[in-house]
Design a protein around this ligand. Structure first.
Ligand SMILES: CC(C)(COP(=O)(O)OP(=O)(O)OC[C@H]1O[C@@H](n2cnc3c(N)ncnc32)[C@H](O)[C@@H]1OP(=O)(O)O)[C@@H](O)C(=O)NCCC(=O)NCCS
Length: 185
């Protein structure tokens, strides 16, 4: 643990750096129902029961976690939705501290479970969560049927275009992603 890195509650003044860091490290093409945007951050900031922290190296935001007491249809489940650490600061235990801080706050507010969902190939995130008390609970596979009249795309990424902000929650509400996240982000 690096004591020079302070973990403090996220405020409006951190918004720009949080947004930029997310754009730098998140690969939302692997989960095409998610999107990283100003809305993703602002919605958390706007929520009175948010559990959001940033890791600061002096004035520089080198990591963040965005959590909330809102997990779709479960009033007593919380959601750790986004976590990131700057590439040059990874491997120093910063994410571990962020997860710990966020989880303690959510449990203190009455959460019975905290949900997070991890894309299968994201080893760093899966290890981080496993080491912090999260256990796999359900697996959802995104099945994709290409249009036979369309030429085959060069890569899997092209076959899975990003969905606009807010669409993920709408899909879950409409039952089209009912299993996702309800068990393990
Ligand atoms: C996932 C991420 C936040 C981890 O941040 P980090 O500060 O490097 O993680 P930590 O140093 O706190 O490590 C936590 C644990 O995960 C393990 N870990 C971290 N990176 C790892 C990797 N690439 N492969 C395997 N294990 C890894 C560490 O060994 C540590 O385990 P330990 O406590 O038993 O030693 C960071 O890799 C990241 O920002 N990734 C891109 C964004 C992302 O995918 N976020 C998750 C989806 S929202």
């Amino acid at each position: 643990m690096d004591p020079a890195i302070a973990i403090v509650p996220m405020g409006l003044g951190h918004l720009r750096q949080v947004l930029d860091l997310g754009h730098e490290v998140f690969d939302t093409t692997v989960k095409p129902y998610t999107s990283w945007s100003l809305t993703s951050v602002a919605e958390h900031l706007d929520s009175p029961d948010n559990a959001c922290w940033v890791a600061l190296d002096s004035d520089r935001v080198v990591g963040f976690v965005l959590g909330s007491m809102e997990f779709e249809h479960r009033d007593d489940w919380a959601y750790l939705e986004w976590i990131a650490v700057a590439p040059d600061m990874q491997g120093l235990g910063i994410a571990r501290r962020l997860v710990d801080m966020c989880s303690k706050a959510l449990f203190a507010r009455g959460a019975r479970r905290i949900v997070t969902d991890v894309e299968q190939r994201n080893t760093a995130s899966a290890t981080l969560m496993t080491r912090n008390g999260f256990r796999p609970a359900a697996t959802v596979t995104l099945f994709v049927r290409p249009n036979p009249d369309e030429p085959e795309p060069d890569s899997a990424d092209e076959a899975l275009p990003a969905i606009p902000p807010g669409a993920k929650r709408a899909l879950i509400r409409h039952g089209r992603l009912a299993g996702e996240g309800r068990a393990a982000r």
